[in-house]
Design a protein around this ligand. Structure first.
Ligand SMILES: Nc1ncnc2c1ncn2[C@@H]1O[C@H](COP(=O)(O)OP(=O)(O)OP(=O)(O)O)[C@@H](O)[C@H]1O
Length: 247
């Protein structure tokens, strides 16, 4: 992917994702994680190469609402209630009122916020707001979810709790998730595979399968295997000269 100003944002990026996988993209700033996600979501068009999503082009996939997208910031509308925020994409697509409400309520229940349907975003914590954005991204019940550093701005404890919740949601719904993160522990905890990316130009350095048993719990983070996998990710990042890791 080459931007009009000549920046080569992505050079080698070959990846196949199977249905039901949880894939994390990890790498230092500028290695092309967001670019890769935006290419998948048809927010930008590739200058070379090919992308298929369930056999469709990114444009066809977008038009058939094959995926939901969660941004780094919650981007909720302050003047709409939580329920009205989740209903918004359905409203835009012209879903009838009762169906809008039923779907939005179901998605809010999925993220554990059914009791907050009538609240406004400013009445919620940052973590709760991000759960609302996840519910909104799931409003169409897409099989695929793209998440761009959704928990990056949250404190560590909230982030760990949301990691657990996201895994529960993933298990219960069987969705395929492509998740961008800067955090090695987060990537190891969540993923079935970790895609390690390196910059200048952005490329996929290596793909690390994560064989930690499911369901994962808080104790998973204390296991030897967890530390081994975190070390493998750190070494792959270092190999690509992505990070200067202090010893
Ligand atoms: N619209 C654009 N025009 C020109 N260059 C761009 C554009 N968008 C991104 N880039 C460049 O492409 C490269 C990859 O950027 P990208 O945002 O995908 O990286 P990233 O890995 O997501 O970084 P971060 O972790 O900081 O979000 C960077 O060098 C960036 O400056």
């Amino acid at each position: 992917m080459v931007f009009p100003n000549g920046t080569v944002a992505l050079k080698e990026a070959n990846l196949e994702v199977a249905p039901g996988e949880f894939i994390s993209l990890i790498g230092p700033s500028g290695c092309g994680k967001t670019t890769l996600l935006r290419l998948l979501a048809d927010l930008i068009q590739p200058t070379s190469g090919q992308i298929r999503i369930g056999g469709k082009s990114p444009e066809e996939a977008r038009k058939s609402r094959a995926y939901g997208y969660v941004f780094q910031a919650p981007t909720l509308m302050e003047w709409r209630t939580v329920l009205a925020n989740v209903m918004l994409p359905l409203e835009i697509m012209g879903f009838p009122g009762p169906e809008r409400r039923a779907r939005a309520e179901k998605m809010l229940a999925l993220v554990g916020l059914e009791k907050f349907a009538r609240h406004y975003p400013w009445q919620l914590s940052g973590g709760m707001q991000q759960r609302v954005s996840i519910a909104r991204a799931l409003a169409f019940d897409p099989q695929l979810l793209f998440m761009d550093e959704p928990f990056g701005a949250l404190d560590e404890i909230t982030r760990e709790n949301l990691n657990l919740e996201l895994l529960r949601l993933w298990r219960e719904t069987g969705k395929t998730i492509v998740f961008v993160t800067h955090s090695i522990p987060e990537a190891v905890f969540l993923s079935t595979r970790i895609v390690v990316m390196t910059p200048r130009p952005g490329k996929i350095e290596t793909v690390i399968p994560v064989d930690l048993p499911q369901p994962r719990t808080f104790e998973t983070r204390e296991t030897t295997r967890f530390f081994e996998l975190a070390t493998a990710v750190r070494e792959a990042l270092r190999k690509g000269h992505g990070y200067e890791v202090a010893e």
